[in-house]
Design a protein around this ligand. Structure first.
Ligand SMILES: Cc1cc2nc3c(=O)[nH]c(=O)nc-3n(C[C@H](O)[C@H](O)[C@H](O)COP(=O)(O)O)c2cc1C
Length: 306
């Protein structure tokens, strides 16, 4: 028997396979296709304090080996999430990790406070410090001081709730941001959110996305995400959840070996909604093939020479 359980600070998961925010709806949509008992956890779509309509269409476009999206955090707001989505989510036989984005530092703290008071059933809370599509919004996780302050202030109001800081790859030094999140008291960091890019219709000489730019995801970004995870893992300051282009068992194993303690499957859910369950089911075999009997024995075992 291979032990698949992982611990990231205060967060305990039955296995390291999570599904990523924004790619799995609020889980109900996926229920006919997915056996939730097979998953380590589900991270529903980001919620903001107030409802948001999102960006003008088109909001997604396919690219070579990936997609660009500029959804713009279309959601019905935190109160609606707590009243309408959480009662369903908390009945699911897997860990549910909420995901919030504030417009300001104060709004993050206000939302975290509200989750702490009314978010019974959540196994953890991911702070989306990194949505590139919110018009006029700041990418908080481009600044180590801001990252540390938001995490610390959310930590103060949620002393027991596992907190995950979701980082943007659109920075020069992601290690500095991860270190700041760790210093702020994050139980883990998720690396990475999407890479800012654009798509153009040259005949019309127009951007394809209504928002002009969008976030690149899918297999195209896997090597970039892998390197980001590897760099953060080398700090040994905070557990890392790898995300970016994961769609197969091999992808998951690569992220574990470079140092991810858990992973999130994102864009793959759109073209293969059962990928996460299939990967989770096959994971013990891959771990055992390395002669290990615990997933944690594989994490961060990349050999650089020899
Ligand atoms: C259509 C779409 C919507 C997304 N929405 C969110 C979101 O609401 N909150 C969030 O934290 N990340 C969001 N993401 C980012 C993903 O969770 C993930 O970090 C990113 O896509 C990289 O992983 P992937 O290549 O496996 O998709 C979204 C991604 C896509 C493609």
């Amino acid at each position: 028997m291979v032990d698949l359980s992982v611990t990231l600070g205060r967060l305990h998961l039955r296995n390291p396979i999570l599904v990523a925010s924004g790619t799995f709806g609020y889980a109900k949509e996926m229920a006919p296709l997915v056996d939730f008992t097979a998953l380590g956890g589900v991270i529903p779509k980001t919620v903001t304090h107030a409802p948001r309509a999102g960006n003008s269409p088109p909001r997604t476009v396919e690219t070579a080996c990936g997609m660009l999206n500029a959804i713009g955090l279309d959601n019905d707001g935190l109160d609606h999430f707590l009243a309408h989505h959480l009662p369903y989510l908390r009945t699911l036989p897997t860990a549910i990790i909420g995901n919030i984005a504030g417009k300001t530092e104060d709004e993050f703290v206000q939302m975290a406070t509200h989750v702490h008071e009314a978010g019974q059933g959540l196994a953890g809370l991911e702070l989306n410090l990194s949505c590139p599509n919110v018009s006029g919004g700041l990418d908080f996780a481009t600044d180590p001081a801001v990252t540390m302050r938001i995490v610390r202030r959310c930590r103060d109001v949620c002393p027991d709730l596992p907190l995950i800081a979701k980082l943007t790859p659109n920075v020069t030094d992601i290690q500095a941001i991860a270190k700041a999140a760790a210093d702020g008291g994050a139980d883990a960091v998720s690396a990475v959110n999407t890479f800012v890019g654009m798509a153009v219709d040259w005949r019309r000489r127009r951007p394809i996305l209504g928002n002009v730019t969008g976030g690149l995801s899918g297999p195209a970004i896997k090597p970039l995400a892998l390197r980001a995870v590897w760099r953060i893992a080398q700090l040994k300051a905070v557990p890392v959840i790898g995300v970016g282009g994961i769609g197969t068992l091999d992808d998951v194993m690569e992220f574990l070996v470079v140092g991810a303690t858990a992973v999130q499957i994102g864009t793959a859910n759109f073209y293969d909604p059962t990928a996460s369950v299939r990967i989770a089911t096959a994971l013990p075999g891959a771990i055992a093939s390395l002669g290990a009997n615990r997933v944690t024995d594989v994490v961060g075992t990349l050999a650089l020479r020899g």
